[in-house]
Design a protein around this ligand. Structure first.
Ligand SMILES: *[C@@H]1O[C@H](CO)[C@@H](O)[C@H](O)[C@H]1NC(C)=O
Ligand SMILES: *[C@@H]1O[C@H](CO)[C@@H](O)[C@H](O)[C@H]1NC(C)=O
Length: 456
């Protein structure tokens, strides 16, 4: 089931690419014919005008006026992809692609083209760069001739503009794709498979901050929340996935989600019996929602979120989620610590006091101590995974101010730490012998030493 959904999604994305690739290759072959008569040794020239609305008469008229050399600004490609600005023409031997993420055209010379280009340059016998930027007038001698030569290498901007406008019509923008996907999600007759597939495609798109904000302004948050609220676990899982990706580092979406009741819904999903796959994605959404958002954090605490995380940590079903749960708690602890430690910025920041005030309301550490986390976190040390142990040690340290007495009275913890210290001493030595630059085990050993120093 999941495979076929993924395949459908790939197909959709490949479909979009296929259209672009097909059109670009049609354009290119067209252009090779157009230019090869004059310059047999030069690869295809593809010049592109960006942002050309077919209806934008004024702009067209301006470009039509080809008598003015100012109109033809030549882009100088390198072997890296560069974004093409509006109104720039691209010299022969360039590759042009449409970046579907940004909607911008990008240009580069490939190695093969570069070779031709250098040849072209020496053949042309110009002292200057073969790529000319035709700013200024024909004041310098010979420039007019060069200009004419250059012009002959480019297709008329007008022609290319029409081609690119057609390309634009055939390739959907992200906004259009999202509208279509939301309509699919909103159609009452749509099957669960169709809805899940729409959600997974949306998830791909909302990684981009702008797309995630469009999702909100187009009313998509309600649709995602409805899917989260559905009884079908596949819909729940993919809705939580979309939510988590849209929320990541996106304050506007975070606010919208909290206002739409996302926190309560997500906590309920974590608290009730659900498959691991759903809980994983829900935990992802919760983490994205809480990060750098103290208001949501204090709401989460008030709604009993920490209690729910504790129950999940203790349940057998939550075993695989333990490190994610502890990471979420650790991140919140450290975030608050960093903001309190940083002190006011040298440049006064008007929002600083407000942030400080908001973080002051998130009393996570006392709550963690109260709810038994001083004993829960050390359980992660029993894991065979190095990164789980590392996360446990860092969290032990972050909780030290409240948990020290508990740690000190726990003989099992002392033994476990001592045994690990021995083990990581050896691992760190081995690492040193191998001359590794990245001293991962050495770092864990340092953490162990620090924790033991405070606990003994
Ligand atoms: C979903 O459909 C309802 C009517 O069936 C409409 O009112 C609503 O605006 C639609 N939502 C979106 C985001 O398209
Ligand atoms: C979710 O579903 C329940 C009933 O199952 C309903 O009472 C509640 O209003 C729904 N919440 C949202 C946000 O749609």
């Amino acid at each position: 089931m999941r495979e076929s959904m993924a395949a459908d999604r790939r197909e959709l994305l490949l479909g979009r690419w296929a259209v672009v690739t097909l059109l670009l290759s049609v354009l290119c072959s067209h252009l090779v014919v157009a230019t090869s008569e004059k310059l047999p040794r030069t690869l295809s020239a593809l010049s592109v005008v960006e942002g050309s609305e077919p209806s934008d008469v004024d702009e067209e008229a301006e470009v039509d006026d080809e008598g003015d050399p100012e109109d033809l600004e030549v882009f100088q490609p390198t072997h890296r992809w560069q974004t093409l600005r509006p109104g720039q023409a691209v010299p022969a031997g360039s590759h042009v692609r449409l970046n579907l993420q940004t909607g911008q055209r990008e240009v580069k010379l490939d190695e093969e083209a570069l070779k031709y280009w250098r040849n072209g340059k020496s053949q042309a016998g110009h002292g200057k760069h073969a790529v000319l930027v035709l700013h200024g007038s024909g004041a310098q001698g010979g420039l007019e001739e060069e200009e004419a030569d250059l012009r002959s290498r480019f297709r008329s901007l007008d022609e290319l503009k029409k081609d690119m406008a057609q390309l634009d019509m055939l390739v959907e923008t992200d906004f259009q794709v999202m509208s279509r996907l939301m309509a699919q999600l909103n159609r009452s007759s749509a099957t669960v498979e169709e809805k899940v597939s729409a959600l997974l495609d949306l998830e791909y798109l909302v990684h981009q901050v702008d797309n995630a904000q469009d999702l909100v302004s187009m009313g998509g948050m309600k649709l995602v929340m409805d899917a989260l609220n559905s009884t079908d676990v596949r819909l729940q899982e993919s809705a939580a996935f979309v939510l988590g990706s849209a929320l990541s580092g996106n304050p506007r979406v975070q606010v919208e989600a909290v206002e739409g009741g996302a926190l309560q819904k997500l906590i309920t999903l974590l608290a009730t019996d659900r498959p691991l796959s759903v809980k994983k994605k829900v935990l992802f959404a919760v983490s994205s929602l809480l990060r750098n958002f103290p208001f949501a954090q204090s709401r989460f605490l008030k709604l009993g979120g920490v209690q729910v995380l504790g129950d999940l940590f203790r349940s057998p079903a939550g075993a695989l989620l333990r490190v994610r749960i502890v990471t979420l708690l650790y991140d919140m602890l450290v975030e608050k610590e960093l903001i309190s430690e940083a002190g006011p910025d040298p440049l006064p920041d008007s929002s600083y006091q407000e942030r400080l005030r908001q973080y002051a309301q998130v009393s996570l550490l006392p709550l963690l101590a109260e709810q038994g986390w001083c004993r829960l976190v050390p359980e992660l040390l029993a894991s065979p995974e190095h990164d789980w142990r590392e996360k446990a040690l860092r969290t032990l340290l972050a909780m030290m101010p409240r948990c020290r007495a508990t740690y000190q009275m726990d003989p099992q913890l002392g033994h476990a730490l001592g045994a690990l210290q021995q083990q990581y001493r050896e691992l760190a030595l081995g690492e040193q012998d191998l001359g590794e630059d990245d001293r991962y085990f050495g770092e864990i050993l340092e953490l162990l030493d620090t924790v033991l120093l405070k606990v003994r």
